[in-house]
Design a protein around this ligand. Sequence first.
Ligand code: PRP
Ligand code: URA
Length: 209
Amino acid sequence: MMDNVHVSQHPLIQHKLTLLRRTQTEPKKFRELVHELSQFLFYEATLDLRLETVDVETPLARLEGQHIATHIGLFPILRAGLGMVDPILDLIPTAHVWHLGLYRDHTTLQPVTYYNKLPPESDVDLCLILDPMLATGGSAVAAMDILKKWGANRIKFLGLIAAPEGVTTLHHAHPDVPIHLAAVDSHLNEQGYIVPGLGDAGDRQFGTG
Ligand code: PRP
Ligand code: URA
C-alpha cells in the first residue's frame, strides 16, 4: 500500500464492515454501524494529535494532566458523510463542522459542488474530510482542492470503503494527505460503483434507494 494510505486491520472494524455491506442490513442498523465504524476510524486516525499539559487536582493530589491542543474541523461530504459527524462529535465535542455539498454527475461521474459555505479564514489546525465512499476519487479530490484553496494546512481523509482507482487518484493529487480507510475493494464497475462495496451509501443510510 502507498505511503500515507492506512487501511485498518482492526478485527472490530472488519467485523462491523462486513455487517454494513450485507444487502439485508436495513437503514437503522446501517446508520448504527456507520456510527461505530466512524468512531473506530477516528480513533486510529488521531494517534498524532498534539497534547498540552494542564494542571488538575484529583481528590488526593495535584498532577500535570494532558489535554488535546489540536483544533479539529469536520468536513462531511453530503450526503453520505453526514452519518460520520455525530459519532466523531461524541468523542470530540469541540470540533467545528463545515458541510461540503458535492454530488457525482451520473453520466460523467464528475463531482458537482452545490453547497460550500466556509468561513472567510480557516480556524482549525486539522481538517478531517468525512465520506464513507472513495470511488473514482473525484469528490474527495474536489473537497481537498476547496480546503487547500481556503487555507487548510493539515488535512486527513476518513472513509470506509475505497476502490483502488480512487486511492491512486486521491494520493497522486494530494500525496501529503493521509487517507484512513476500513477497506480497499476490488474495482469500480461501469457505473462507477465500488465492487463488492455496499451499494449507495447515501441511499442506504437515508432509506432513499
Ligand atoms: C457518493 C459518495 C461520495 C462519492 C464518491 O456520493 O458518498 O461522495 O459518491 O464517488 P467519487 O469518488 O467517484 O467521487 P453521491 O455522489 O452518490 O452523492 P449523495 O451522497 O448525495 O447520494
Ligand atoms: N458512492 C457510493 O455510495 N457507492 C459507491 O459504490 C460509489 C460511490
